[in-house]
Write a protein that binds this ligand. Structure first.
Ligand code: GAL
Length: 374
């Protein structure tokens, strides 16, 4: 079937893509439990290079040219599987789920059943659990070529009850690059056989000056959000949705990240770690979430998503761990822009629904587009 799609695509687009152009798997190492991990490389003609491994369908490297055409890796990560399995790994580049961000007290009720999840962040459940959350398991990978694009479909079937969540969840995450635009597209899809909450994101940490550069406090950020969801002392939303106006969270016009971050140091979030509600001009379509610019390198990242929100996290827990090439990842040396549904939605009836029902198909897309700032 896949071969047929490839052949048909080649005829339609008349490009010279062939089976030989299929991204090939390379060994990335072995987990502590003896599973082999592979990595795939995707490239386009504009110099974008993305490497994604089968553990956690994780983005391990993202090379992007700067204003002078010099490429650098703009995301945090490790050189080997041991790094990703270590306690230094703060979800670098991974697919996060089944439910990203927090679930209050690690529990929720659905259809008359109460479900208990791992408590792994203060009193709460974070990023899908401890042992078999989506960032830690090995995914199947199927490379494809289509038109002038190349991609990988990562697939994982999470058994009923895994990490305490109900239902067998069949998830795919597809990474695609093309020559039509200088971007990496991430498409998520999921089905289930029992009602279950689903909230998927990618947890890449960006520093557009190159991973390991000092901080991102000089980066300029625009967020397409008039509203955010305030949190309690354990970072669980209080349930209200409030305006960003007259707060350090107002990024409706581009703002230097470091300018107002100090105002948040004494708060529970220790910096930026907030869920911004996106102004969606076309709900369910790709809308701008964020535009991040690094004045030093000239690199610009424009994030579009079908998701209703984005978590802007300013790397407040980075602690000087050593990453790729033995570079140091200091406090605030990278930031995350996690497109998502609101945290703790399964316990918050006023928030957009995250419960996937049998017979439904969860679908969401996020595009990371790179350019040079004018
Ligand atoms: C973010 C979250 C932060 C922190 C981080 C992982 O998604 O918003 O509070 O938990 O992940 O260190």
């Amino acid at each position: 079937m896949l071969r047929m799609i490839i052949c048909v695509s080649l005829v339609i687009f008349g490009r010279e893509l062939a089976a030989a152009d299929l991204p090939a798997a390379q060994p990335f190492g072995t987990t502590q439990t003896g599973d082999n991990v592979e990595v795939y490389t995707l490239r386009n003609d504009a110099g974008l290079v993305a490497r994604i491994m089968t553990r956690g369908a994780t983005l391990v490297e993202l090379q992007v040219p700067d204003a002078n055409g010099v490429s650098d890796d703009v995301i945090l990560g490790f050189d080997d599987v041991a790094g990703y399995e270590s306690s230094d790994n703060a979800y670098f580049g991974c697919t996060t789920g089944r439910v990203c961000n927090r679930i209050a007290n690690g529990t929720f009720a659905l259809n008359g059943h109460r479900y208990e999840l791992a408590i792994n962040n203060g009193p709460n459940h974070l990023h899908g659990g401890t042992e078999n959350s989506l960032d830690k398991v090995i995914w199947n990978a199927e490379p494809f070529v289509s038109g002038d694009g190349r991609g990988i479909v990562f697939q994982y079937s999470s058994p009923d009850g895994e990490e305490g969540y109900p239902g067998t969840l069949n998830v795919t995450v597809t990474y695609t690059v093309t020559n039509q635009s200088n971007d990496l597209k991430i498409d998520y899809a999921a089905t289930t056989d029992k009602a279950t909450p689903v909230n998927l994101t990618n947890h890449a940490y960006f520093n557009l000056s190159g991973a390991g550069a000092s901080t991102v406090l000089n980066h300029v950020l625009l967020l397409n959000a008039d509203l955010y969801t305030p949190v309690d002392d354990t970072l669980i939303p209080t349930g209200s949705v409030e305006t960003v106006v007259d707060t350090p969270l107002d990024f409706r016009q581009p703002q230097v990240i470091g300018n107002r971050i100090e105002e948040l140091i004494g708060t529970a979030t220790l910096g930026y770690d907030h869920n911004f509600v996106l102004n969606a001009s076309n709900p369910g379509e790709l809308n701008t979430a964020a535009v991040l610019t690094d004045p030093e390198s000239g690199r610009r990242l424009h994030i579009r998503t079908t998701e209703p929100a984005v978590q802007f996290y300013s790397g407040n827990f980075l602690n000087g761990q050593k990453g790729k090439g033995n570079r140091t990842y200091a406090l605030r040396s990278a930031l995350c822009l996690e497109t998502q549904h609101y945290p703790d939605s399964v316990n918050q009836p006023k928030f957009p629904n995250t419960v996937l029902e049998p017979g439904q198909r969860f679908q969401s897309s996020t595009v990371l587009e790179f350019s040079i700032a004018p």
